[in-house]
Design a protein around this ligand. Structure first.
Ligand SMILES: Cc1cc2nc3c(=O)[nH]c(=O)nc-3n(C[C@H](O)[C@H](O)[C@H](O)COP(=O)(O)O)c2cc1C
Length: 171
């Protein structure tokens, strides 16, 4: 079985997105990286934050996993700021740590969004699709999930299970 990781991009470790992430990770034996617990600075043109957690984390990810599943809450119609900073830092791999960047080629990407309503706006997935294209990764697809009254309802569980089944040959 190929190895997959979910990169959780919420501004809290145990909020709504984590409920979705835990449901998927537990049922499918997938590892999780919680970006909220990492010290990852904004992209810096002078690479002043080279000593933070980013390069160690991304090196571990590219050397360990074939499939990266991003899980993000919907914040202001977009991915979370924490996840966007992570994407911005991937630019470090294009400019300096090029060998690590090249290892992303051919890997798989998927995305799971989370809010409290079943109403994701059109275009939300575009940065993921285009980033995968740019990085020569294969985009497996995405689903929107939502948490109501602190729980995952059966409709959402079915949606998740169906999605995981469609990408099961990559996880
Ligand atoms: C800063 C912020 C911005 C948000 N913006 C949106 C939004 O644009 N659309 C939406 O449907 N929900 C929005 N929400 C609600 C969250 O998407 C929702 O509560 C989500 O389940 C939170 O997940 P979390 O607990 O992992 O942060 C926002 C919440 C926060 C904290």
């Amino acid at each position: 079985m190929k190895r997959s990781v979910i990169i959780q991009g919420s501004s809290r470790s145990h909020g709504d997105t984590s409920k979705i992430v835990n449901y998927i990770a537990t049922n499918n034996n997938i590892d999780v990286v919680d970006l909220y617990t990492k010290n990852i600075g904004h992209y810096d043109y002078d690479y002043k934050n080279e000593g933070d957690d980013f390069i160690g984390l991304i090196t571990h990810i590219v050397e360990t996993y074939d499939t990266i599943i991003f899980a993000t809450p919907v914040y202001w119609y977009s991915m979370s700021g924490i996840l966007k900073v992570f994407f911005d830092r991937i630019s470090d791999l294009i400019r300096i740590h090029k060998d690590t960047g090249r290892k992303l080629r051919g890997k798989n990407m998927a995305m799971i969004s989370c809010s409290n309503h079943d109403d994701l706006k059109k275009g939300f997935s575009m940065p993921f699709v285009e980033s995968a294209n740019y990085l020569s990764m294969l985009y497996l697809g995405d689903i929107h999930t939502y948490i109501e009254s602190d729980t995952i309802n059966n409709e959402v569980k079915l949606r998740i299970d169906k999605f995981i089944k469609t990408i099961s040959n990559a996880i």
